[in-house]
Design a protein around this ligand. Structure first.
Ligand code: ZN
Length: 389
């Protein structure tokens, strides 16, 4: 196959079909249909039943897609040139019965023949999320679930920063951020959503700017406050999944108790020095945070991240494990970390998994936990006192 050859010369050697003829043949059994374009083109629209084989992969992959050299193979591309060259390649490889669709899918569509397109996504979105939608487990359906999901990040700090960046990039449609802090220079070693220019700005604002610049599909909701017993029900009830990146125990217990009441899944992680842990709490399906830790540790054993040392990348690793859990929950794929506590030791690069069971005596989710009447829904004990004690 000389490279100086014109496409007309190639086409003289192969069989070409008009779209109507190809459609007629495809209505019969035993005809293989091959799309010889790039994945993003395939995503935008393709003919039902077509297998994607990129032009550069034809020689290598065609045997796998069409093992029988005598089988009828119909190839198409956008306008009929790439598929003509592919049909010629197949001829050289010993395929006896390959044909190319004249005018490609453009002519096919112009002839009013049907194509498969991802409904509900704009052309820009099809392009942006093509590496997700190409995964059969995610697909257009999974991406649409993400675009319609509302995820709340408690804390726009070490864990929240990487989680928010990747969840934003992934196209989670609404990202809520709860934080009442401002960006400090000492945050920048790990809180990668902020930057030097934005030191002194509220963290929610700085994070919003970063997410909006990354992905205009995401609506960022700033909750420039601290979660407390009076506002938590209002704030979390709007969201589908909550990411717990709180840096203190009172907030973690409050968030747990409120999310169990509202039956909201919480993906929780914590980091200290070179160690991290992560788990997914789905109320009444698995244990809650309090089944795992019935009471908070004494204050002297629970240094807040603000004051203690932490390896910056640890926040990235654990925050992204949280983001991964969120995407699985939203898209309904894989096996969430329910009832499993994953520990990560970064110095040894070791992951350890512990089984965690629901505590039948848990005061929040246990069998004998009191039913909470509507009037008591937003009332919680004073966790600051409880934790200090
Ligand atoms: Zn519990």
């Amino acid at each position: 196959m000389a490279s100086t050859e014109t496409i007309e010369q190639v086409k003289e050697r192969i069989e070409e079909l008009d779209p109507a003829e190809a459609g007629e043949e495809l209505s019969k059994e035993g005809v293989a249909l091959v799309d010889t374009r790039e994945p993003n083109e395939y995503m935008e629209s393709h003919i039902d039943g077509a297998e994607l084989v990129r032009p550069v992969d034809v020689a290598e992959r065609i045997e796998e897609v069409v093992p029988d050299h005598s089988q009828r193979v119909i190839l198409y591309c956008a306008s009929g040139n790439r598929s003509a060259r592919a049909a010629d390649q197949l001829r050289e490889l010993g395929y006896e019965n390959a044909a190319s669709v004249r005018g490609g899918i453009n002519a096919w569509e112009a002839a009013g023949l049907p194509v498969i397109t991802p409904e509900g996504m704009s052309p820009e979105q099809r392009m942006r999320y093509s590496r997700h939608t190409l995964l059969p487990e995610v697909g257009v359906e999974g991406q649409l679930k993400m675009l319609n999901a509302k995820v709340l990040l408690v804390g726009a700090g070490g864990l929240g920063a990487p989680a928010a960046l990747y969840l934003g990039a992934a196209g989670i449609g609404t990202l809520g951020l709860v934080d009442d802090d401002e960006v400090d220079e000492s945050n920048l070693q790990r809180q990668v959503i902020h930057n030097t220019e934005r030191v002194g700005q509220p963290k929610t604002e700085s994070a919003r700017k970063a997410i909006e610049a990354l992905n205009p599909d995401v609506e960022v909701v700033e909750h420039r406050t601290r979660l407390d017993a009076t506002n938590i029900i209002d704030i979390i009830s709007d969201y589908d999944v909550i990411v717990d990146g709180a840096d203190n125990f009172p907030t973690r217990y409050l968030l747990n108790d409120a999310s169990v009441r509202l039956r909201k899944p919480v993906v929780s992680a914590s980091i200290l020095a070179f160690d991290g842990q992560v788990s997914t709490f789905v109320p009444f399906e698995g244990p809650c945070y309090r089944c795992l830790y019935p009471t908070p540790p004494p204050a002297e054993l629970a240094p807040s991240c603000g004051a203690a040392g932490v390896l910056g990348v640890m926040a990235g690793v654990m925050g992204l494990l949280q983001a991964n859990e969120v995407i699985k929950l939203v898209a309904g794929i894989g096996e969430p970390l329910i009832g499993r506590l994953l520990l990560y030791d970064s110095l040894g690069t070791r992951f350890t998994e512990l089984k965690v069971r629901r505590d039948p005596d848990c005061p929040i989710c246990g069998e004998n936990a009191p039913e909470i009447p509507e009037s008591e829904m937003g009332k919680f004990p004073d966790y600051e006192l409880f934790c200090a004690g």
